[in-house]
Ligand binder design. Structure first.
Ligand code: UDP
Length: 333
């Protein structure tokens, strides 16, 4: 960078992983520009940097970004996290998901191309693999099971299309189960941490799916953000990396760490017993490794459990209602 401080644009920077990304970049001396429409993100996630002149914030929808936008002009890197998540609403409102996660990505790609950035890093989802063989490598067959998964995969395809056609330097990281402070506290059913924390605060039993032996490759948000920084700074382009901790944890273990009574609810259709990233490639290429052990990550979240005070309280009945579309869509197979 010839001594100049690098500039990074973080789309979705007020969201869960995006805001951890902002923390990591500022700690590494970056100047950071956040663009977020605050649909899922919260400005409070950026409050640690309220008075930091190295951080600027623009409230905007990625679908409104024009190719010549000054938002990206002069930036070295674009880290693209903006998008919408969750399975059930994606089955109910697929157009919204395709529109934001694919077309929105195209708007950001065009801005990155015009600004001639040195790297565009796409936040992809491991859901593209469907019910996958484990540990899952990057060359595993692609089989999205619901519109959210499809939209994130198509967004990734768009990014690599810009790489091939316009020579935009692109890398993509397929994130497994990211967790950590600031994971969303409101909205649709899903994301086990918010569900369990609110149940804990309310003194209600944890709604454990199946028998609780299913495992997830939980990776802590700061470890995720660090991987994205390395994926931006590397000379490599055109790469895909799977990102998890590489050490899947049973849901029973999570329950044990939080502590409380349990009520069992039925397994959901199309739900994998294990998610498990093969992290050989990212470890080798980026010299990345997970640093936050599961116990420590959960403890860090527990220290902020009050943040889930206003989260919806789920119980077996309300979960049954909320997942009806999911069952209807997926048990037809
Ligand atoms: N889970 C659970 N009870 C809940 C919600 C989730 O036991 O009320 C489990 C679920 O079976 C899965 C894990 O927690 O094994 C993570 O679920 P989440 O929906 O957060 O992520 P995903 O299933 O997409 O990996």
């Amino acid at each position: 960078m010839n001594g100049a401080r690098p500039i990074a644009v973080v789309t979705g920077g007020a969201g869960f992983i995006g805001s951890h990304m902002v923390d990591v970049l500022l700690a590494h001396g970056y100047r950071v520009r956040v663009v977020d429409n605050l649909s899922g993100g919260r400005i409070a996630n950026l409050s640690p940097h309220k008075t930091n002149p190295d951080l600027s914030f623009e409230e905007a929808d990625i679908r409104d970004i024009v190719p010549e936008t000054s938002l990206v002009r002069g930036a070295n890197y674009v880290l693209h996290f903006a998008g919408i998540g969750d399975i059930v609403p994606s089955i109910e409102r697929p157009i919204e998901y395709m529109d934001t996660n694919i077309q929105g990505t195209v708007h950001v790609l065009e801005a990155a191309r015009h600004a001639r950035v040195a790297k565009f890093v796409y936040a992809a989802s491991s859901s593209c693999y469907g019910i996958a063989a484990t540990p899952t490598r990057e060359d595993h067959p692609i089989a999205p099971q619901y519109p959210y998964a499809l939209s994130k995969y198509q967004g990734e395809q768009a990014a690599f299309h810009w790489h091939r056609v316009y020579r935009l330097p692109v890398n993509s990281i397929r994130i497994f189960n990211a967790y950590g402070t600031r994971v969303r506290t409101t909205g649709a059913y899903g994301a086990v941490f918010g569900v369990f924390f609110k149940q804990k605060l309310a003194g209600k039993p944890f709604t454990v799916v199946g028998d609780g032996t299913q495992r997830r490759d939980f990776v802590y948000a700061t470890d995720v953000a660090e991987a994205f920084r390395l994926a931006a700074e590397t000379e490599k382009t055109g790469e895909i990396w799977n990102l998890g901790a590489g050490d899947p944890q049973p849901i029973d273990r999570l329950v044990e760490l939080i502590g409380g009574p349990i009520v069992y609810i039925p397994k959901r259709p199309g739900e994998p017993d294990v998610t498990w990233a093969d992290i050989t490639k990212i470890t080798r290429d980026l010299n990345w490794k997970p640093r936050v052990p599961f116990e420590k990550g959960v403890a860090q979240m527990m220290a902020e459990i009050h943040n889930w005070r206003d989260a919806p309280l789920w119980d077996p009945e309300s979960i049954k209602l909320a997942t009806k579309t999911w069952y209807d869509a997926m048990s037809a197979e």
